[in-house]
Design a protein around this ligand. Structure first.
Ligand code: ADP
Ligand code: MG
Length: 701
């Protein structure tokens, strides 16, 4: 037992009861192990010393040896500062403090040599360092001269309790000193050897106190690999376990429903990607295991058709299906287009949403139970307990990231043998993230748009070009096209946003008056029935301009609409902008997306808009989004804790390591599904510990 890592942090020399509480609260550090696994966020090479004469303004950090010749307090009030003058014989460097003036004044000594470290800035040919790190140049056991220094994230509270990055480094030194010799390997020896990785103890020492840049890189690799590997192993083990536990319906045949549709009703040729995905799904539903599949496909890639054809296979095998969408507009639209696709085929389809009448509901409920109803489309209303099927064989969830895991599970339980599950998303998420967040699902990708689509042209206009935009709208409408104008509505409760929307609507009505133009409006506060009426008016071409909020974001399909204007586009997230843009470009005409913004653009907003202008590819956009915001904030992943708890890996940067870790995990699970072979003992123990949701230092021996 490696009990040492479980030792409470308060017993570590230099911590004590008061600081230990702060470490608990601020860093969730309770034990020595927790501390050692609190990794640096950056390193600074302190092997090099500069002379003061060598300093120039391009250097990020510098290190100088010198003596302080004197100091003085300058300025008053908020401008008051302490300036100390450091010299090394080649020049003078000013050291400046705005805070702790009294303390610093008392502690600096003249005549002894200091090592000064910090970021130099230049003013009037004079270099200075604000709040430098100042160390007397005496031997310190916790660091050698000429070393790579680790830096740790701290908080205001930590700092005000004298726990700075440097103090954490000292604690790490003490902790590693105590633990040395008792940190046991957490990966099987054969794997460490096979991958030529550092052993755990060496890796942990070098991550805090790198002996060389090479060893630091190896330490990072080892720890990242381990972290990603165990997540993948856990996910794949879970999938294996589920396959074992849950028998799935075996859909052996492709029968009349599918064939009749395929040969007599299919309105267009399927794209190769659609064909491939239908094949993948068909195969999956025939294995005798429950299907759990994620279908990723950019907006407009034709996921609805794939959903329909999958459902027809279920019907051919005597089962019912349901399709759940996050909004009424979307459910309604699926209902209409699926009915249209099916034409006169004898498939009974119904729609169930919050606004379905009570009497109709009762009919639906009983038709589901006696098997009369083949296919139910709807919203959250499908989840209600009263909705029970005679034999539910396949569940499809559209825009699945809008639903939680528990909601997914609710549909599962509507049949004794759990139905096959296909979740669809038009919010592509980066591959690395998909592998982690949906790593226990099988994934199909539609990576091809139906033929004849012209890429949408995207332009960015500042608000002063508004008149130009309106002229363009007039021109497009004259050619018979339709236009969306979207206003940001960040939260339903924000009165300001509604005011903007209403004002925008009035303005547009004035600029595009009756009888030549007819304008509609949809937003989240309208009654569903009203929303539907407005959507239908737009769909039928009765209105040419639809002023809207993001309620039209998901899946709405009006092929004749060719212009998407987004007001205050700087306020939208990347995936939202991409979704909105996907509302146009659905027909054969050239489509346009115009991003209006104010002149004041932050760095991130600017990058978002630039990305939108540069590419139409949803996967590329997702990658950019992840780089901008970090994996934790990507839409579609919020329900998963996994992506945010990473201690050292970064899904935006460590894709290669992740892929390798998954491949290795996969080969292990294939060879030894339940991890019963002795050489995989450690893996099994680690997984058990992970299940308890923390690494259990003590369980490894
Ligand atoms: P999404 O994947 O965003 O849900 P949809 O299923 O709404 O996309 O499809 C977008 C549009 O493309 C619809 O009008 C649909 O009928 C049409 N479509 C789908 N597949 C094809 C195809 N293979 N060829 C031509 N049009 C298609
Ligand atoms: Mg869709």
């Amino acid at each position: 037992m490696s009990g040492i890592l479980l030792q409470e942090i308060k017993f570590l020399p230099g911590v004590g009861p008061r600081k230990s509480v702060i470490l608990n609260q601020e860093l969730k550090v309770f034990t020595l192990g927790d501390l050692i696994y609190y990794f640096p966020y950056k390193y600074v090479d302190r092997t090099k010393f500069y002379t003061i004469r060598e300093i120039n303004s391009t250097l990020p950090y510098i290190q100088v040896k010198g003596r302080i010749t004197g100091s003085e307090v300058i300025g008053i009030g908020r401008n008051q500062r302490l300036v100390a003058y450091l010299t090394d014989g080649t020049g003078i460097l000013e050291l400046i403090w705005f805070q702790g003036i009294k303390f610093v004044t008392q502690s600096i000594k003249t005549g002894i040599e200091y090592i000064v470290f910090g970021k130099p800035t230049e003013f009037n040919n004079q270099f200075s360092i604000v709040h430098p790190e100042l160390d007397e140049n005496v031997p310190d056991p916790s660091k050698k001269e000429g070393f790579i220094q680790a830096f740790y994230n701290t908080s205001e509270k930590l700092k005000s309790n004298f726990i700075h990055s440097k103090n954490i480094l000292k604690l790490q030194y003490a902790a590693l000193h105590l633990a040395k010799g008792s940190i046991y390997e957490s990966m099987p020896a054969w794997l460490v050897q096979k991958l030529g990785m550092l052993g755990l103890e060496t890796a942990l020492i070098n991550i805090h106190f790198p002996e060389s840049p090479q060893l630091l890189r190896k330490a990072e690799y080892r720890l990242k690999f381990e972290e990603l590997f165990y997540i993948q192993l856990k996910l794949l083990h879970l999938r294996e376990d589920r396959h074992k536990k849950f028998k799935g319906h075996v859909f052996t045949k492709v029968g009349n429903y599918f064939n009749d549709f395929f040969y007599n009703h299919l309105p267009f040729e399927l794209t190769n990607a659609q064909k491939r995905v239908v094949r993948e799904i068909r195969k999956d539903m025939g294995t005798g295991r429950q299907m759990n599949r994620l279908l990723q496909g950019d907006v407009g890639s034709g996921k609805t058709m794939v959903a329909l054809m999958s459902m027809l296979i279920a019907l051919d095998n005597g089962f019912q299906c349901c399709l759940m969408a996050p909004t009424e507009i979307l459910a309604n639209q699926h209902y209409i287009s699926i009915q249209k696709f099916l034409g006169n085929m004898s498939v009974k389809v119904k729609l169930l949403t919050g606004s379905t009448k009570k009497t109709d509901r009762a009919v639906i409920h009983s038709e589901l139970l006696n098997g009369d109803l083949h296919l139910l489309i709807g919203t959250h209303a499908l989840l209600e307990d009263i909705v029970q099927f005679e034999s539910l064989g396949l569940v499809i969830i559209d825009e699945q990231h809008r639903f939680g895991v528990t909601q997914r599970a609710k549909l599962w339980r509507k049949n004794f043998i759990p139905p096959h599950v296909l979740v669809m998303t038009a919010t592509p998420i980066p591959r690395t993230l998909a592998m982690t967040v949906y790593g226990d699902l099988d994934v199909s990708v539609i990576d091809e748009l139906p033929p004849g689509r012209k890429p949408i042209k995207t332009v960015h206009y500042f608000e002063n070009k508004r008149a130009q935009v309106y002229d363009f709208i007039r021109k497009e409408i004259a050619e018979g096209r339709q236009v969306y104008i979207v206003f940001p509505l960040i939260s339903e409760s924000e009165k300001m946003d509604y005011k903007n929307l209403e004002e925008g609507y009035e303005q547009i009505k004035k600029l595009f008056p009756l009888p030549d133009y007819s304008i509609g409006m949809v937003h989240g506060r309208m009654k569903p029935a009203m929303k539907d009426i407005e959507m239908q008016r737009f769909k039928s071409g009765e209105t040419q301009i639809l002023v809207a909020t993001t309620v039209i974001e998901v899946g709405v399909d009006v092929p004749n609409a060719s212009v998407m204007i987004i007001e205050s586009s700087e306020r939208f997230g990347l995936s939202q902008l991409h979704q909105l843009r996907g509302r146009v470009g659905r027909g054969a005409e050239q489509s346009f997306c115009m991003l209006l913004s104010s002149f004041k653009l932050g760095m991130e907003s600017r990058k978002r808009i630039e990305t939108m202008v540069a590419t139409n590819d949803g996967f590329e956009i997702a990658e950019a989004d992840m780089r901008l915001r970090g994996p934790g904030d990507i839409e579609g992943t919020q329900q998963s804790g996994i992506a945010f708890d990473l201690k050292i890996s970064n899904l935006a940067k460590d894709g290669q390591i992740l892929q390798y870790a998954r491949d290795i995990a996969e080969s292990i699970i294939t060879a030894d599904p339940m991890l019963e072979q002795p050489q995989n003992d450690i893996l099994k123990k680690q997984l058990l510990a992970l299940r308890k949701n923390h690494l259990n230092w003590g369980s490894i021996s």
